[in-house]
Design a protein around this ligand. Sequence first.
Ligand code: HAM
Length: 421
Amino acid sequence: MAGDSVGFRAPRGTTDVLPPESSLRDALVRSALDSFGRAGYEPVETPAFEHTELFQRGVGEASEVVSKQMYTWADGGGRSLTLRPEGTAPVVRAVLEHGLERGPLPVKLSYAESMWRRERPQKGRYRQFFQVGIEAIGSGRPELDAEVIEIGTRFLAAAGVAPGLSLNSIGHDSESCRRGYLALLKKFLEEIAGSLAPDDRARVATNPLRTFDSKEPQTSAALAAAPLITDHLCDDCRAHFVSVQRLLTDLSVDFTLEPRLVRGLDYYTRTAFEWFAGGLGSQNAVGGGGRYDGLSEALGGPSLPGIGFALGLDRIIMARAEPAEEPPGRVAVYLVALGDDARREALMLATALRVAGVGADLDFAARSMKGQMKDAARSGARWAVILGSEELRAREATVRDLRSGEQQRVPFAELTARLAA
Ligand code: HAM
């Protein structure tokens, strides 16, 4: 069996991305960053690891991501470091560290990076996974919420995923808004604690909102009569939420109001949303995001509202409809050469083609003519450029169109110009 003789395997929950999927991923990442770029979001890169405290303060110690899923190690000198489990807290940290908030606002950034969470691996859930996302920092306007959600929705559609969009507002952290609601919810949960699944009972005290995230049917049933955050928003949060809904409708973005949608990270305020796709089993969220108006302050910065999303690339690839067209070949030209002199010529011609911007590959195994023609077909190239002893003498190549089978002789000197056309 393939791989039987290999002593090492990739760690559980990680994947090797191999061709041809690697090209598909690469194309998706580029098109994501391009489409985000067209709305003014510029790429940012932050380190793969950060001080652990960033996530404790930013994402929240009560969240599962921080309490259970981080890859953390002591780096000596009393420093605790953690592999980034998500991108928002690092991006806000970078904005504050470099004073970007002193420039024009909002600061609009995009990223395409690996994240790490020690979760139980299953279909669509890995310990190293890849996200593309955007963050818009420095404006609390509802138009920004609508822009961000529209950008994600449109990209997912272009990527071949037709997700549902769930939308909610979880208010902001004050007595007149979420804190008041949480007190009500806690009281309700304590009254029905006996009907909750045992694991969920423990969350009532630490993170009552998260009980809505439970996948236990027993808990979902018990929560049917729970008070809902959207009935307890303060006037400002309610007005903001209404505006966001109106703007999304104006932008023809379909959404479903989901008052039980709570996100797994504690920095969210007001708008929270998630995109869901079919065919993924229980890990059906292809992306999610929301506002995080208090995150900058939680990290010691000024008041700086923000909103963003991240999409899980691994899940997008699983959820997308099969591409209608064959993916383009790796190279446009495959050089078939017989004999050492022809191989030397083939290497020079391939290099000249590449310099001229034409993808070219050739045989490195000294295979037979038949074998090389098979390799040419497998490479997805449009043209096979054949060099035998006769061609070498005439300083002409036989160029075969691998689609139509037609072939003609072309002088070496004209080859690049002809194939680049
Ligand atoms: P999140 O909902 O934790 O949000 O992750 C966003 C997406 O990343 C998920 O919807 C899913 O597609 C993918 N994802 C998460 N965990 C895994 C995993 N273990 N394996 C595979 N895919 C996974 C955030 O990370 C926020 N930082 C999003 C955000 C940006 N909020 C505001 N700005």
